[in-house]
Design a protein around this ligand. Sequence first.
Ligand SMILES: [Mg+2]
Length: 136
Amino acid sequence: MNIFFDVDDTLITWDVKLRPHVHDVFARLKDDGHTIYLWSGHGPRWEVVRRFDLHHHITDCFWKPLHNHRARLTELGVPFAPDFAVDDHAEIIEVFGGLVIEPAGAPYGRQDEMWRVYDEIAAFAREQQPRPSPGA
Ligand SMILES: [Mg+2]
């Protein structure tokens, strides 16, 4: 699947710290055959890829549409819609599907939130697979 991650408050905190377990979860997602993209309302965030050494995991970075979401993909140069999106804003998930993540660095926030994301993506991917027909 093509998985699109938001950046601010999804992968990094307001003071630009990387959420725990991002590297391990991205590596697992790639091992599972997924392709990972970042997108952001502030544009392609290659500076975040560089700063946190994420280039092994990230295939491309895009602008994220903040309104008229699907209609604006072409205009923003996003070549296809996500199969699964991860974002701290429910609006994006309502449009594209995926998972709303708890904002990074939230007080009392779960330290293993990225592994919850991994589990949800893995479960979703299993659902997408054609089921063997009975008796086959
Ligand atoms: Mg965000």
